[in-house]
Write a protein that binds this ligand. Structure first.
Ligand code: MEV
Length: 326
């Protein structure tokens, strides 16, 4: 029986969260902590799934029942990704799927979108389909929308394309950027963000005060354009300033939290050029840009640890996108 393993990187939002759900651009980078999914073609027409990172073990469902009935939360993205792939590109038989991740699903590195992208890429390989990155993106993004109802797709794009991307809602633009040696520090709050709830709350604010929220989103979109240029120049001091401005708008939107603010202000006091939350807010990670090479980095990391944050060290920022491992 044929087997394939595909890996995809995790992601970190650099600029533009929330605004990107409403037709604005964002900047996202892929981090080299990877999700791996192995899929084996089997004869019996059932899906068998083990995903220990999200506490799913020995899940079995007939292939013709995918997308119906009960599914544990951790299995939903894999199941619906398979269903969406097979609707477009049917083949017979069953699938044995297992997932393994370098990173905790709690960090907000995008484990659901990373596993979705792995599944779609692995099925393309197994069925011998030559599919472009955009085609892989479209099936994976549909999967995220089917389950979450809302979302920009930036995380799926990071998982498939890798690198650092300028991205507009739904993949209207997915532009790889040339960015070198980003002096990034990542601090995890220890709190899992509830992205869907935060998007809903922000959506309610948009309904109640559309002018005010659209003004904030327009300002964030302008920051994203500035940051795109300054990142290409490697002007990290200016990019840091823009992070601070972006954070002010996110505070205005009401998505920051005490813990995020504590990590951000300690990073700033320790000399960071700028710092902000990364992702939906409410928890997950914050990011900062450090001056002074390794010593500046250590100073900020120590400060984050002292106030109870957990520093995360990916091997590489701007990591490679979806790739076949075996
Ligand atoms: C969540 O990590 C980022 C949001 O902008 C949602 C999305 O873009 O799908 C809040």
């Amino acid at each position: 029986m044929r087997t394939v393993t595909v890996s995809t990187p995790g992601k970190l939002m650099l600029f533009g969260e929330h605004a990107v759900v409403y037709d604005r651009p964002c900047l996202v980078t892929a981090v080299d902590q990877r999700m791996r999914v192995t899929i084996e073609l089997t004869e019996e027409k059932v899906l068998m799934l083990d995903a220990p990172d999200v506490h799913v073990s020995g899940f079995v469902k007939p292939m013709d029942a995918l997308g119906t009935g009960e599914t544990p939360k951790g299995a939903q993205f894999v199941e619906v990704a398979i269903k969406n792939f097979l609707t477009k590109h049917p083949f017979s038989g069953g699938l044995k799927v297992s997932t393994a991740s370098d990173f905790s699903s709690l960090f907000g590195f995008g484990s659901s979108s990373a596993s979705t992208a792995c599944v779609v890429k692995a099925l393309a390989e197994l069925s011998g389909k030559k599919m472009s990155q955009k085609q892989l993106f479209d099936i994976s993004y549909k999967t995220v929308l089917d389950i979450q109802g809302k979302g920009s797709g930036f995380d799926v794009a990071a998982a498939i394309y890798g690198g650092t991307l300028y991205f507009v809602t739904g993949g209207k633009i997915i532009e790889p950027l040339k960015v070198k040696d980003m002096p990034l520090v990542i601090g995890y709050t220890g709190v899992k963000a509830d992205t869907v709830t935060l998007m809903r709350e922000v959506g309610e604010k948009m309904k109640a005060h559309p002018e005010r929220v659209n003004r904030i989103y327009d300002a964030i979109a302008k920051l994203v354009e500035d940051a795109k240029g300054k990142m290409a120049e490697g002007d990290w001091e200016r990019v840091g300033k823009l992070m601070d401005f972006n954070q002010e708008y996110l505070r205005d939107l009401g998505v920051s939290s005490e813990k995020l603010e504590a990590l951000i202000s300690t990073a700033k006091s320790a000399g960071a050029w700028g710092a902000k939350l990364s992702g939906a807010g409410g928890g997950d990670c914050m990011i900062a840009l450090h001056p002074d090479g390794a010593s500046g980095k250590r100073r900020i990391e120590d400060a984050i640890t002292k106030v109870g944050g957990q520093v995360i060290h990916p091997d590489l920022i701007g990591a490679q996108g979806a790739r076949v491992e075996a």
